[in-house]
Design a protein. Structure first.
Length: 569
């Protein structure tokens, strides 16, 4: 079959099981958008207000489902507007395929109108990227891109296609029926140049790791987002329960292990719990699973768990011994590793170690016991009480993000979507759109800070247009809260450019987009507004006024050991 490059793009997306793409059209990508118009019954396109919002929406679609998200953008500024979203996905290992179009091949390298070297720009923030100059290579390139995005440690891949390639004609050959890659991505008859192979630990390595765990007296699990990505949450629970091992989670690992489980110690790191941070530093063996020993977790590497052995389980060999030296490592798919490791572990009853952990778990920072008109803890608990465990929560980045991680009792994987590695303000609104599109039966609540929400509040247009019943809660303290907290603690209260006292009125902004807006300054007002928003099941914004100096505690000052927490101010 002879198809244009644009038609080949559509056929290959359908091959890969893509049912939804996010994007924004422009001149260079018009041929693909024309094919989307002709094939709207096969692929749904969601038009966002800005390309960055589209990238975050594709990311949220992927995080909430495990599928590969797809985003489209035109050349020049359209492509560069994707960069923050691509970097966000890269840092958090999210499979996204970004398809951009460029000026024609004869115009490349001539500073043509809206030309940019997007493959050069995104090289450090993609698993791989391509510029396809030959239409005959287009189909296999797209197929290969999906394999790379999904396999091993997932991540974003970018495909840049010059406009004349989308208009050129080539023989399109459908894939062989029933022939697929190990990741589920459909391959072509033509040989694929590059297929990522996952490492598989030997039996001897598995046995040695089991011996380490069986010999430990104070084992401690440090769990990251890799457990969710590998769909190994059930196996994690089995392992922890078999040996009564306390479990801490990173920000990206939230929802990997039920917050209400007796073995859960909560979040570890800069704003972690006393039980998680002290437990890690007092353990004799840390089993790190799908985590990368981020600086926000370990603080000063020389002071982290000095008397503990480290067993690191991860799919990415580059993470082993990168930040912390290990005593043992298993490189491979976490789900597979767990299934081989668990039978070799000896059941263990609750011990004095568990009892000590439980004592540390009783600590709640005094600040969270003080009565205020509206506290973030109340907001998180009210949301959960009304909507339950299946609700998908997205956040922006800042104090509200940490409060959500601390107070919301996540119990199911893929229900907490947040930017961890890059810390992208403006991420959550687009992510909420993607999550709702991907999960039309799920309730989606977006918890935002007033500073972060300003950055991509234009996506209210998208939410309104598609009538997505997303409830946006703006934690409005009138400042860049996390930065002000640092200014309070470490900069002698010099509040340089962190006060946000110049609008907008978020209720009026919501109403301008034909979205219901509510104000809440007390617990009663929030409860009433949230109940009404839930009942109406339509887009809503709740502007919540909170104390300007509400703190995120505990907090580990930079460079301090993680068990030296600031517990009260």
């Amino acid at each position: 079959m002879n198809y244009t490059g644009a038609r080949i793009v559509i056929e290959c997306l359908v091959e890969q099981g893509v049912d939804t793409v996010f994007g924004y059209p422009g001149g260079a990508i018009l041929n693909i958008y024309d094919e989307l118009y002709k094939h709207k019954d096969r692929i749904r396109h969601i038009l966002t207000a800005h390309e960055q919002g589209a990238a975050h929406a594709a990311d949220g679609y992927s995080r909430s489902t495990g599928k590969t998200g797809v985003v489209l953008a035109t050349s020049g500024p359209g492509a560069t507007n994707l960069v923050t979203g691509i970097a966000t996905a890269y840092m958090d290992s999210v499979p996204v395929v970004a398809i951009t179009c460029n000026v024609g091949c004869s115009l490349l390298g001539k500073d043509s109108f809206q030309e940019v070297d997007i493959t050069g720009i995104t090289m450090p923030i993609t698993k791989h990227n391509y510029i396809v100059r030959d239409v005959n290579q287009l189909a296999d390139t797209i197929r290969e891109a999906f394999i790379i995005a999904q396999s091993g440690r997932p991540g974003p891949v970018l495909i840049d296609i010059p406009k004349d390639v989308t208009a050129a004609v080539a023989d399109y050959e459908p894939p062989v029926v029933g022939f697929a890659s190990e990741t589920g991505a459909v391959l072509a008859r033509a040989s694929i140049r590059r297929v990522t192979r996952e490492a598989v630990p030997s039996d001897e390595e598995i046995a040695a790791a089991a011996d380490m765990i069986n010999a430990s007296v104070r084992p401690f699990l440090y769990v990251g987002g890799g457990v969710i990505i590998s769909d190994a949450c059930g196996e994690l629970k089995t392992l922890a329960e078999k040996m009564n091992i306390p479990v801490s989670v990173t920000l990206m690992g939230k929802s990997a292990f039920p917050a209400n489980h007796p073995l859960c110690c909560g979040m570890i790191g800069m704003h972690g719990t006393k039980a998680a941070n002290t437990g890690a530093n007092k353990s004799d063996l840390i089993i790190a699973v799908g985590a990368r020993f981020s600086d926000r977790v370990i603080s000063d590497p020389a002071k982290f768990a000095k008397n503990s052995k480290i067993l690191h389980i991860d799919i990415d060999p580059a993470e082993i011994n990168k930040n912390i030296p290990t005593c043992g490592a298993l490189v491979g798919n976490i789900k597979d590793v767990f299934n081989r490791l668990i039978p070799l572990l000896k059941p263990r009853a609750e011990s004095a170690w568990n009892q000590q952990i439980n004592e540390w778990k009783k600590h709640i920072p005094p600040m969270y016991s003080k009565k205020t008109k509206l506290h973030p803890r109340f907001v998180c608990e009210k949301i959960h009480d009304m909507l339950g465990d299946d609700t998908i929560i997205t956040t922006e980045v800042g104090q509200h993000q940490m409060w959500t991680a601390q107070f919301y009792p996540f119990t199911k994987p893929r229900t907490f979507l947040t930017s961890g590695g890059l810390g992208t303000m403006g991420f959550g609104t687009g992510a909420a759109i993607g999550a709702r599109i991907a999960n039309p039966e799920s309730r989606v609540v977006h918890i935002a800070g007033d500073g972060s929400f300003r950055m991509n509040c234009n996506e209210l247009a998208t939410i309104s247009h598609y009538q997505l019943p997303i409830i946006i809660i703006v934690v409005n303290n009138g400042v860049l809260g996390m930065v002000r907290q640092w200014q309070n603690l470490f900069y002698d209260k010099r509040y340089s450019e962190t006060t946000l006292d110049f609008g907008p009125d978020f209720v009026k902004l919501a109403e301008a987009y034909n979205i219901a807006g509510y104000r809440a300054a007390t617990e009663a007002e929030f409860a009433a507004a949230f109940e009404k928003a839930v009942e109406q099941n339509k887009p809503a914004v709740i502007d919540c006024y909170m104390d300007i100096d509400e703190m995120v505690l505990p907090m580990v000052p930079a460079g301090k050991p993680i068990d030296e927490l600031l517990l009260d101010i």
